[in-house]
Design a protein around this ligand. Structure first.
Ligand SMILES: [Cu+2]
Length: 106
């Protein structure tokens, strides 16, 4: 394999997944709450949900058109959500009723 080919393979994923203006937003999960409780973001941004707690948490979106479930985040783990389209949706934790953050994507 030539050096040219190696360079192309290394660079393509970076170009495809990281628009120059995309933001990387961190949301913490601790004490039975997401922080912040309301998030404004743009299409292409990523939200990093980080479990800073000593209990398991979850990222679950029930909102029609945005529904997803990122599974369980154990203490110290994080889940990354890339925002693919505009709209407003709720993020809930299936383990803790009332744990909520609202994401507005422009
Ligand atoms: Cu939780």
């Amino acid at each position: 394999m030539s050096f040219d080919r190696i360079a192309i393979i290394v660079c393509l994923p970076l170009l495809a997944s990281t628009p120059a203006s995309a933001a990387d937003i961190t949301v913490t999960m601790a004490g039975g709450a997401y922080q912040p409780a309301k998030i404004s973001a743009a299409v292409g941004d990523t939200i990093r949900f980080r479990n800073d707690d000593d209990a398991d948490h979850n990222v679950f979106v029930p909102t029609v058109g945005h529904a997803l479930d990122l599974g369980k985040q154990e203490p110290g783990q994080e889940a990354v959500l890339t925002l693919g389209k505009s709209g407003t949706f709720d993020v809930e934790c299936v383990f803790h009723p009332g744990m909520l953050t609202i994401v507005e994507v422009k």
